[in-house]
Design a protein around this ligand. Sequence first.
Ligand code: AMP
Length: 223
Amino acid sequence: MKLLFLGPPGAGKGTQAKMVAEKFGLMHIAPGDIFRKEVKAGTELGRLVEGIMVKGELVPDDVTTRVIEKQLVLPKALKGFVLDGFPRNIAQAEALDKILGQKDEQLDLVINLEVPVEELIERSGTRRVCSGCGKPYNIKLEPPKQEGKCDFCGEALTVRQDDEPNIIRQRLKIYREATEPLFGYYNRCGIVVSIDGCGDVDTVFGRIIESLNERDMLGKNTL
Ligand code: AMP
């Protein structure tokens, strides 16, 4: 099963994409997570992307595409994958088609998580990320068991620099201008499904699973 999650910043893509990947043993591929790790490790790539990310802008397509291409050839991706945050514009979508086409593969489904803009802004204010493993939390809707600490690795939860209100607005603007055209791009192949992203994590996850079921997608969870 080869899935792509689309949706504006704060829609819950990361959380849901990770849950789907875990449930079906698929590889979760999220450039945002990869870039944050590189920044934390102070690598050359991290230094290159850090300034871009804090402004809420997009990392150049060639850099991002190279990062994703490396992930897609890993053995873990053979069984299938969940893309979360890539592609984010038409050029990246075309690059992805090329990468997959070389292996005679294509995306099975594009899941669009829909959340009203007022809620996106509110959610971003209560979002925290584990500084150790990157697990996302919402301190209002899905708080950790112990305040400020990750349930899984115990590391401190931090506010993402790019969740600051002005930066969120900038990220939403980029989403509307660069990413939304992807719906037209993927609709041509009839593979887009829209899911209501409002509600608690398990409710939204239930809707996603139901939608995969309705499309007989769960049988595709093979090589
Ligand atoms: P995310 O965790 O998906 O919200 O991504 C965080 C940041 O990483 C974005 O605001 C961009 O700066 C960068 N980024 C993530 N995915 C991409 C992408 N596909 N293309 C360019 N930049 C990206």
